[in-house]
Write a protein that binds this ligand. Structure first.
Ligand code: NDP
Length: 326
């Protein structure tokens, strides 16, 4: 048994519900390992659990992603040993913690060329881009897509992956500064939605052809505009709710706007087996190890400043990935 500091919440709500508490971490049982997180990933989904948009049993820990070192190994664990560098994109909720015991099947080995901080900043977000670009729709060189929140954590990985695939990525952002960063990372164009009309700009940039795929993690506030940016029979990939969830959709809108397709994917489906998790992770590690994707850590907070970290993310002040240091 080991003692740890961890973030917990006993009720849903604003950032004030997040508390640092002392917890006992059990010794690893069959199939489990005890790890020390050197860095933890902050993801927008964490805010959905905190506010109650997504439900979990309370009181609860928070966070899904981290990177660290194996300290102890339980019975029947063959893939990992003490001292291994590991990372995980999507563990059971509770990653905001210095020490954790968890089933080893959530972990992958972190290549030595990738730091713990990069590991925590890239697993959930990078594997999301992997499935969005390679599985939800198999993007090909020359395709043009619209990607919302292009300067965010997922966004800056998407910009670089799109450049690697030869895909033209038009990114939406809330400021010129974020737009310039998206361009630097591989976006072909940016649209500052606070000063420009997104649909109009997409028409101009595509010579009225519109785009094949829209990747929309903003949700409620962008849903209809996103559909308006799609070419006939285009694909709307609605994969997040940063502005609130999309609800009450009349399917007829897909007919009116040109026989459109819609999907609402989540990462968990795409890494639901060990084979899928390892294969997708290896593809991501390969691109990062070769420098094709450089993980952009825009912000770093000590775990104790978790309230501040959530505030920054939700108020659109962050760029790239945000990590927490326990
Ligand atoms: P980001 O770093 O991208 O932060 C969210 C960004 O969304 C903001 O920086 C902001 O960029 C933009 N945004 C637009 N409208 C709002 C709003 N009303 N409130 C807050 N932000 C807004 O976060 P992540 O990289 O962690 O995640 C990006 C998105 O992808 C999230 O919606 C997340 O839920 C989703 N996601 C979905 C997954 C899935 O499998 N379905 C997996 C991983 C992430 P700007 O200032 O430029 O507008």
């Amino acid at each position: 048994m080991k003692e740890t500091l961890a973030v917990r919440f006993h009720q849903t709500g604003g950032t004030e519900v997040l508390k640092i508490e002392k917890l006992n971490v059990p010794s690893p049982g069959k199939g489990e390992v005890l790890i020390q997180n050197y860095a933890v990933g902050l993801n927008f989904i964490d805010t959905y659990y905190r506010t109650g948009l997504y439900q979990t049993e309370l009181p609860s820990g928070l966070g899904f992603e981290g990177a660290g070192e194996v300290l102890e190994v339980g019975e029947d664990v063959t893939e990992f040993k003490v001292g291994d560098r590991v990372a995980y994109p999507h563990s059971p909720i509770g990653a905001y913690s210095k020490y954790r015991t968890l089933a080893s099947h959530w972990l992958v080995k972190l290549p030595s060329s990738i730091s713990y901080e990069e590991g925590a900043a890239m697993m959930l977000k990078g594997l999301t881009v992997q499935y969005l670009f390679r599985q939800t729709y198999d993007l090909k060189q020359g395709d043009t897509i619209l990607f919302h929140a292009a300067a965010g954590g997922v966004g800056l990985i998407a910009c670089q992956w799109a450049r690697h695939l030869g895909v033209n990525l038009i990114g939406t952002v809330s400021s010129e500064e974020k737009g310039k960063l998206a361009l630097e990372m591989g976006a072909t164009h940016f649209i500052n939605y606070t000063t420009e009309d997104v649909k109009q700009r997409v028409l101009e940039l595509t010579h009225n052809q519109k785009v094949k795929v829209v990747y929309d993690s903003v949700g409620k506030s962008t849903w209809e505009t996103s559909l308006d940016c799609l070419a006939p029979r285009g694909l709307m990939v609605s994969f997040g709710n940063a502005s609130g969830a999309v609800t009450g959709v009349n399917l007829g809108i897909l007919a009116q706007k040109g026989s459109l397709y819609v999907t609402r994917p989540i990462l968990a489906t795409h890494i639901s087996t060990r084979e899928k998790l390892v294969a997708a992770s290896n593809e991501l590690f390969d691109l990062v190890s070769r420098g094709i994707i450089k993980i952009q850590i825009g912000q770093k907070f000590p775990l104790e400043q978790i309230q501040e970290a959530h505030k920054e993310l939700e108020s659109r002040r962050t760029k790239g990935s945000t990590i927490l240091i326990p």
